[in-house]
Ligand binder design. Structure first.
Ligand code: NDP
Length: 323
């Protein structure tokens, strides 16, 4: 029988990669998004009726119930979120509505309408804040430092609570930063690779950035969706750190991205104090040992491979669009 998966936030970065991954495995995929855009209709055409759009909003319980009921899923992947840490200070209430209470709405819908479905929640390493341990594991204390991370910490805990309270097969991926050419341009990695491509093509002369000393554990989104799927194939649910196991500064990312276009970042990057966050997490550095040993998961794309992939994609996009 064809397996059915429900993916919230399907039009985002991870939703797109996971859909392609599951469709490649023969799944029927139901994706939650806003009013169905033409691009989705075009995308769905190539899958002969195995990719469907469901109009729903995680802040609206009626639509969440309808999404679960109509898709009758065997697996549910919750990506829907206001996913920007920086934006979460500007709209903390809306961030909490979707990133925290939205998770609860989805769990309630699954508990009542599809209690045998397996659930994946996209939790975030940002929950660790300025962690006291390096690297961070599943046992590292949660000390969130932004409205985004506080809301994600609620989502993380309510997944564990519904697992314990109702026996749901619900798992958290404690996701460290993962990027791709589909990453939004407000995120620092994509802002850098888009900026490099613009400078290389003579469309810009400088790149304004905030804190270059922040360190992050960056991996490729295409690798990370495989780990999410593997988590739902386990007999027992659980929480897993999904990370590359390396940490690099924003400065290193910059240097590598400019070098990929034969440029020196020091000639183009300007530090803009207005771009610093009210509180920043200094270092995120994950230990994916549990995912490696229990799931047999191995990321394939290296840090440099990821940077080069993103710079090349932005160069190709800008060249073909003639922007
Ligand atoms: P994206 O921002 O690309 O995708 C998030 C999606 O959620 C968007 O398609 C958005 O739709 C949708 N969404 C927002 N609000 C609602 C709502 N109220 N109801 C339904 N859908 C909504 O994020 P990513 O794909 O990068 O990340 C996926 C998940 O993983 C997110 O939950 C994110 O917080 C989490 N995560 C990501 C990390 C990363 O490095 N990428 C690291 C750790 C966690 P629209 O654009 O139309 O608003």
């Amino acid at each position: 029988m064809v397996k059915r998966a429900l993916i919230t936030g399907i039009a985002g970065q991870d939703g797109t990669y996971l859909s392609e991954f599951l469709l490649g495995k023969g799944y029927e995929v139901f994706g939650v998004l806003g009013p169905c855009p033409g691009a989705f209709v075009e995308w769905a055409k190539q899958y002969g009726g195995r990719l469907h759009a469901i109009e729903a909003d995680l802040t609206d319980m009626t639509s969440v119930l309808a999404a679960v009921e109509s898709s009758a899923p065997a697996e549910v992947y919750n990506f829907a979120a206001q996913s920007s840490v920086g934006e979460s200070w500007a709209d903390a209430i809306a961030t909490t509505e979707v990133n925290a209470v939205g998770v609860l709405r989805l769990l309630e819908a699954v508990r009542t309408l599809a209690p045998d479905a397996r659930v994946f929640q996209a939790s975030s390493a940002d929950m660790f804040g300025n962690a006291t341990e390096m690297p961070q594991t599943e046992a590292t204390p949660i000390r969130p430092q932004s409205p985004y991370a506080v809301a994600k910490a609620y989502g993380f805990h309510i997944v564990g609570n519904y697992r314990d309270s109702y026996g749901l097969h619900a798992s958290n991926g404690i996701m460290f930063n993962h990027e791709s050419p589909l990453r939004g341009t407000s995120f620092v990695t994509r802002k850098i690779t888009d900026g490099v491509a613009r400078i290389k093509l003579g469309l810009a002369t400088e790149l304004r950035l905030g804190n270059l000393d922040a360190q992050r554990d960056w991996g490729f989104a295409g690798d990370y969706v495989e780990a999410m799927w593997l988590m739902l194939q386990q007999e027992r649910p659980g929480d897993y750190v999904i990370a590359s196991g390396e940490t690099h500064s924003v400065r290193e990312f910059c240097a590598a991205a400019f070098a990929a276009a034969d440029l020196d970042y020091r000639d183009y990057v300007t530090i803009d104090p207005a771009l610093f966050r009210p509180i920043d997490v200094n270092v995120l550095y994950g230990d994916p040992t549990k995912a490696r040993t229990v799931l047999g998961w191995e990321p394939k794309v290296t840090f440099l491979g990821l940077v080069e992939m993103m710079v090349e994609a932005d160069l190709a996009r800008l060249q073909s669009s003639g922007e």
